[in-house]
Write a protein that binds this ligand. Structure first.
Ligand code: AHR
Length: 492
């Protein structure tokens, strides 16, 4: 690997380490918000979860959905008296005890920006902008006065606000045609920016020319962001988890959605708009018989199966290695992708699993921890004189995939930090490292690896996948174990 110390490619926005939480299954209730748990603080937040999210640099959180938001009315979740409502997205009772003020308190406790996603499904531009009045106006009007009467004199200061969630999809409550969507976003943006001109707006988008052209034609001037999502292993209805090899096949072209979206932004002259990759995960969440035309009648068929998302044995080295590869991709596109939100943070397919007595940090958590805390925020140029590939069979056929996925960064303390991923299931690989413009005299190698590709963390075995650290005396060639995620930190 050749590295050019002084050739800076981009600065990463720390919001690449953002998270997403949705009112779905045990993410909020019985997850991070558990007022009855002895592990929670006086506001009902799990202290262990807050600490774990702080450790991985969670500086922006998208909430409350997801599909949930498209029939969510924010007024149900404010003030001293809350009544349950029926959540038509996920077909469960929503207690509404976690609402806007609780989201504000959670973000304050973690040190995150609030990224509010609004109801563009059954909601209106007026309902969205009333919500922003409630959050951001000092005192003017009944919505800001309602917040004050709820004990919050100081506005919440929401900085990021998204219009809608996946309103292009037939599964979404309130799906639109491209033209209808462009017009709705423009009308919503107009009102939102009159409430708070400093808000940064995003809107549900797709890496699809027709959808984005209409959106940008009508609303491009109002937007600072465009929201795209991706789950590679689409198993909402089957929970048929891709194997390690099949997951490596997904890493063959991780940049397709970003390239397509950027192409449209560039071609239409909308280069002021940044990409918010505001939902991403290797695996789609398992919720059979609900995103379909026919709805199951029995809870055993549509509700009980969701528990399988919380089976820790599903989150193996495949998830760990894939997550590291996609984070590398996000860093390579750091100039244009300035926010990304892992979906979700807690439970379901999240980084952190909560139980009565504590949390389990899944392998994916350790990738966020290692990358956030050890990589630098300046991306520098690097390349491999020769490319090593392997054949992997994915769910959709055979792929020729690179064995290594690497990235070079410079840290604010002047050190060089390299992300070095060996995707091969069984073979170690030795990577020659040479840096122009930097004389290294000391190196530390951090490695995340499990005992095997199917290893996972769980209650009773919380450290099968963990970060290991070793000092190296020679570092002009680094041997990476099979299926491993590594960061090499070089000091002068
Ligand atoms: O499967 C969960 C859902 O995935 C989120 O609610 C939605 O935004 C995405 O389609």
């Amino acid at each position: 690997m050749k590295i050019q110390y002084d050739r800076v490619l981009a600065k990463r926005n720390p919001m690449l380490y953002g998270q997403f939480i949705e009112h779905f299954h045990r993410q909020i209730y019985g997850g991070l918000y558990s007022p009855d748990s002895p592990l929670s603080d006086e506001k009902g937040f799990r202290k262990d979860v807050i600490e774990a999210l702080q450790q991985i640099g969670t500086n922006v959180i998208r909430w409350p959905g997801g599909c949930f938001v498209s029939a969510y009315h924010w007024r149900d979740g404010i003030g001293p008296t809350r009544s349950p409502s029926f959540d038509k997205a996920w077909r469960v009772e929503e207690p509404n005890t976690f609402g806007t003020a609780e989201f504000y308190e959670l973000c304050k406790a973690i040190g995150s920006e609030m990224f509010v996603c609004s109801n563009a499904g059954t909601g209106t531009p007026e309902e969205m902008s009333d919500w922003l009045e409630y959050c951001n106006l000092n005192y003017e009007g009944k919505n800001a006065k309602a917040r004050i009467s709820h004990g919050y004199n100081t506005p919440f200061g929401v900085k990021y606000f998204s219009i809608g969630n996946e309103n292009y999809g037939s599964w979404e409550i309130g799906a639109y045609t491209a033209t209808e969507w462009g017009k709705l976003v423009a009308e919503s943006a107009k009102m939102l920016l009159r409430v708070d001109p400093d808000i940064e707006l995003s809107a549900a988008a797709l890496p699809d020319p027709e959808w984005n052209m209409e959106l940008l034609k009508h609303a491009g001037l109002y937007l600072k962001w465009i929201s795209i999502h991706q789950y590679w292993d689409m198993i909402h209805n089957t929970n048929d988890l891709a194997s390690y090899e099949q997951c490596m096949a997904y890493t063959t072209d991780l940049n397709t959605s970003i390239d397509k979206t950027l192409g449209i932004l560039t071609a239409t002259g909308n280069t002021h708009i940044k990409i918010a990759f505001d939902e991403w995960n290797l695996r789609g969440w398992y919720h059979p018989n609900v995103h379909t035309t026919a709805q199951a009648s029995n809870k055993e068929d549509y509700l009980t199966p969701r528990d399988k998302n919380d089976d820790n044995s599903a989150y193996t080295m495949a998830d760990t290695v894939f997550t590291a590869c996609f984070l590398n991709t996000l860093h390579r596109y750091a100039k244009d992708v300035q926010m990304a939100n892992y979906a979700p943070a807690v439970n379901t397919r999240g980084l952190i699993f909560t139980h009565e007595k504590g949390i389990v940090k899944r392998g994916t958590y350790h990738v966020f921890d290692l990358f956030y805390n050890q990589l630098g925020d300046t991306i520098i140029d690097s390349w491999h004189p020769e490319t090593i590939t392997m054949q992997v069979t994915g769910k959709d056929g055979v792929h020729e995939t690179e064995v290594l996925d690497t990235l070079a960064t410079k840290r604010s303390d002047g050190k060089v930090a390299l992300s070095l991923i060996n995707k091969h299931a069984t073979s170690p690989i030795t990577v020659p490292v040479s840096i122009s413009g930097f004389d290294a005299s000391f190196a530390v190698l951090f490695t995340i690896q499990g005992n095997g590709i199917d290893d996972y963390n769980d209650i009773g075995q919380p450290e099968n996948i963990r970060i290991m650290e070793q000092e190296l005396s020679t570092f002009d060639a680094i041997t990476l174990p099979p299926h491993s995620v590594n960061v090499l930190v070089l000091s002068r």
